[in-house]
Every structure is written in C-alpha cells, then in structure tokens.
Design a protein around this ligand. Structure first.
Ligand code: AP5
Ligand code: MG
Length: 188
C-alpha cells in the first residue's frame, strides 16, 4: 500500500481528510500534532517542553519529532499504508523521513497539498475554537501558525516536487468533494 503525506496550512482539512482515508482504506495514521498533544496531556518531559511552543504557534524541534516518528515506524507493519498528517513540516524533517523510509525499504508515494485561502483558514479555525479545547486555536496564535507555515513549512512542497510526488488540490468545497480529489490521486 502507498504512503501518503497530507499537507497544508493550519485549518486546511488535513485531520478531517486523514480520518476519512483511514476509514476507507485502513491506513495507519501518524499525526504529529495529535502525538504532541498526547504528550502534553500526559505531562511528559517532551510534552512540557512542547507546550510553550505550541501555545505560541511555533514548531517543536526537528529532533524531537523525528524521534517520535522513528519509534512509531519501528513498530509499523509496512504492508499497511501510512498517512502522515502535519509531518514533515520542515525540509530537515523531510530529509530525515526519506532516510527512515529507505531504511525500511519503502518511500513516500504522494504528498498531497490542500490549498485553501487564508481568510477561509482563519474562519475555520476560529469556528473550531468554540469547542476544540486547543490552546492554539485563537486569532493571535493562528496568525503566527500561518507565518510559520509560509516560512518554514511551505519549502517542503519544493522538496517533494523535486522527488516527483507532489500534487495539489483545491481545498474549498464540501469535505466529500475534497476527499474525492484525494482518492483520485491515490488511485491513479
Ligand atoms: P497540527 O495539529 O498539525 O495543526 P495544524 O497544522 O495547525 O492544523 P490543524 O489541525 O489546525 O488543521 P487541519 O489541517 O488538520 O484541519 P482540520 O481537518 O482540523 O499542529 C499543531 C502544532 O503542533 C503546531 O503548530 C506545532 O507547534 C506542533 N507540531 C505538529 N506537527 C509538528 C511537526 N511535524 N514539527 C514540529 N512541530 C509540530 O479542519 C479545520 C476545521 O475546518 C475543522 O473544524 C473542520 O471541521 C473544518 N473543515 C475541514 N474541512 C472543511 C471543509 N471542506 N469545509 C469547511 N470546513 C472544513
Ligand atoms: Mg489537524
């Protein structure tokens, strides 16, 4: 099965679409945002260090995230496909992922970037803020998350363009319309 990265700015729909892919195809989901929030809830050392960064909309250091990924992939059955949500988020992370995947004799098959205008992203996140309980779902932090995405994360698209596995889809529309575009890419 394929290994897919769902990519895009905060609020693009990575989490929404990942869980639909898991339900339809039985992929294993790796969401670094969820993993980090779990560490925070468990009051671990990693969680405590990450909390202040998340609350400012900044990225957790690459080495911390890479260690989480390595640990999970060591236990993964590679006959099952993987969906990465929110990872890699820097070119450094993308490079490390490449190394790890080749150590396991596999690779990333698609990076699918979900394209949504900034005004829509902000309105989705502020709407979600009403019941998400996420400390980073407020206007000031969202603005910084968007800036960090532009400066540190968007270069990851060029990295996968060079690898020949980059696709971009329109992320505005119904959840099912967007899902169909993703499925078409995966099945092609
Ligand atoms: P993370 O948890 O990855 O958050 P994010 O990238 O900011 O994205 P969101 O989860 O807010 O949005 P999403 O794209 O998943 O959209 P969703 O489906 O929820 O990361 C959080 C933090 O953790 C980072 O800031 C960083 O500090 C740290 N971190 C995580 N990974 C890291 C890494 N690799 N390296 C370093 N640090 C890392 O949808 C959003 C809303 O819109 C929902 O309410 C949804 O219902 C709604 N919606 C979805 N689709 C549609 C649609 N088609 N139309 C209308 N509404 C829609
Ligand atoms: Mg998410």
């Amino acid at each position: 099965m394929k290994n897919i990265i769902l990519f895009g700015p905060p609020g693009a729909g990575k989490g929404t679409q990942s869980s639909k892919l898991v339900n339809l195809f039985g992929y294993e989901l790796i969401s670094t945002g969820e993993l980090i929030r779990q560490e925070i809830r468990n009051n671990t050392e990693v969680g405590m260090a990450a909390k202040t960064l998340i609350e400012k909309g900044m990225l957790v250091p690459d080495d911390v995230v890479i260690e989480m990924i390595r640990k999970l992939l060591r236990a993964h059955d590679f006959d099952k496909g993987l969906i990465f949500d929110g990872f890699p988020r820097t070119v450094g992370q993308a490079n490390e992922l490449n190394i790890i995947m080749s150590e396991f004799g596999t690779a990333i098959h698609h990076l699918i970037s979900i394209d949504v205008p900034e005004t829509e992203l902000i309105s989705r996140i502020l709407n979600r803020a009403k019941d998400s309980g996420r400390s980073d779902d407020n206007l000031e932090v969202v603005r910084n998350r968007l800036l960090v995405y532009k400066e540190q994360t968007s270069p990851v698209m060029d990295y996968y363009t060079d690898q020949g596995c980059y696709s971009r889809i329109n992320g505005v529309g119904t959840v099912d319309e967007i899902f169909n575009q993703i499925v078409n890419i995966i099945k092609a």
